[in-house]
Write a protein that binds this ligand. Structure first.
Ligand code: PLP
Length: 397
């Protein structure tokens, strides 16, 4: 017996592969401040559980493969409220944004074809492309200029006859970048001129700070037939465990084709679709205090990290992540050492090494991603621990 090469060639998630070390540390009684995963600590709105409690289901049956019609309608209404034109027939409900991304990648590219992605990118894009032998081609962006997109010429130079799409998250994970309207328009222009799809991962849409508003690709009216919007309740409503996401597109062929994948996996979870319907009916003012809370946390974490000797941390404008460049030779070794060898008063910090968020070898080796999803006191303590740890870390540069 042998396992497939493509499976063995897949990476394990750099966000999660240090978990066994964290489990061992916890078993030794160590308290860990988890800055590694984008798991918000904000309470899921009570309407979610209330809606589920109030259903009178006698048989927990399969739902429609396209999704519960009420959730589809609520999602469409949400889009309309924010000025996006998606009708119920344009929307398919998926098992999280993750399944939506996987389907989008499968739908637009065949074996050996390429999808352009600004790097660093959400590392699981690799897990969504590698099983289908689709290649991710990086457009490198840099912390020094806020992870802005490079020039049109530089992007176009990456396109060849195998290129099928550009995929990007906006606001971005792991960079926290919020692309300007000009950048979004540039991608739309390039996609139109080179006949590409745009896979627009907008799961952090509401999380843009300092009064900034993230421009959706759904606003790019002359390319809507090539835009695939990926969404999710995970981060938006702090409901990661619900596993409810969606795809929305004005492309006339795609919904029917995607439904084949939907029918193959039968349906998204019935109860969670009921809960998510209530979430999408929430008033948009729900986000105001939450956005404020994240902004405050961002300031605490980024200002704190930037004040540590040798650390570079640019303040991101969106999502709830930041990239910190550390004065260490290898950030993954440092992250592991924090779990296996270091404690301060029996406490330590877990961070995600960023190397595997880049496709280009050698990039991000001394960078970590931190998520500001903990309360302010915990973030302050995490910064204090990192500061002390870096002072005694043996492999410092
Ligand atoms: C940019 C981005 N897209 C998609 C996802 C997938 O989220 P989910 O499958 O929980 O909806 C995540 C999760 O962290 C993410 O950061």
């Amino acid at each position: 017996m042998k396992l497939s090469k493509r499976m063995q060639a897949m990476q394990s998630s750099p966000i999660r592969r240090l978990v066994p070390y964290a489990d061992e540390a916890r078993a030794r009684g160590v308290k860990i401040y988890g800055l590694n995963v984008g798991q918000p600590d904000i309470e899921t709105p009570s309407v979610f559980m209330d809606a589920i409690r109030n259903t009178e289901i006698k048989v927990l049956a399969y739902a429609n493969s396209k999704g519960d019609p009420e959730l589809i309608k609520a999602t469409s209404d949400y889009y309309k409220r924010i000025g996006l034109p998606y009708e119920p027939e344009d929307i398919i409900i998926t098992n999280g944004g993750s399944e939506a991304l996987m389907w989008a990648f499968v739908a637009v590219a065949d074996v050996g074809e390429e999808i352009l992605v600004p790097e660093p990118f959400y590392t699981n894009y690799r897990s969504f492309s590698a099983p289908y032998s689709v290649t991710l081609k990086p457009i490198t962006t840099y912390a020094e200029n806020g992870f802005a997109l490079p020039s049109e010429d530089e992007i176009v130079a990456k396109i060849n006859d195998k290129t099928r799409a550009i995929a990007l998250s906006n606001p971005g994970n792991p960079t926290g970048v919020v692309y300007t309207r000009e950048e979004v328009e540039l991608i739309a222009k390039i996609a139109k001129e080179h006949d590409l799809f745009i896979i627009a991962d907008e799961v952090y849409r509401e999380f843009a700070y300092e009064g900034l508003k993230a421009t959706s690709f759904g606003e790019m009216t002359d390319v809507l037939d090539r835009v695939i919007i990926v969404d999710s309740v995970s981060k938006r409503f702090s409901a990661c465990g619900a596993r409810i996401g969606s795809l929305a597109t004005k492309n006339k062929e795609l919904p029917e084709q995607l439904l084949k994948l939907g029918q193959g996996r039968l349906c998204a979870p019935t109860l969670e679709m009921i809960g998510s319907t209530a979430l999408y009916k929430l008033d948009p003012s729900y986000f105001d205090p939450i956005r404020q809370r994240y902004e405050e946390r961002r300031d605490v974490l980024c200002d704190g990290l930037a004040a540590i000797d040798g650390v570079v941390c640019m303040k991101p404008m969106g999502a709830f992540y930041a990239i910190a460049k550390l004065p260490v030779k290898n950030a993954e070794d440092f992250a592991k050492w924090m779990l296996t060898d270091y404690t301060d008063n029996n406490e330590t910090v877990m961070v995600a090494p960023v190397e595997d968020f880049y496709q280009t070898l050698g990039m991000g080796v001394d960078e970590v991603r931190v998520a500001y999803v903990l309360k302010v006191e915990d973030l302050k303590r995490a910064v204090e621990i990192l500061d002390k740890a870096l002072k005694v870390y043996p492999d410092r540069v």
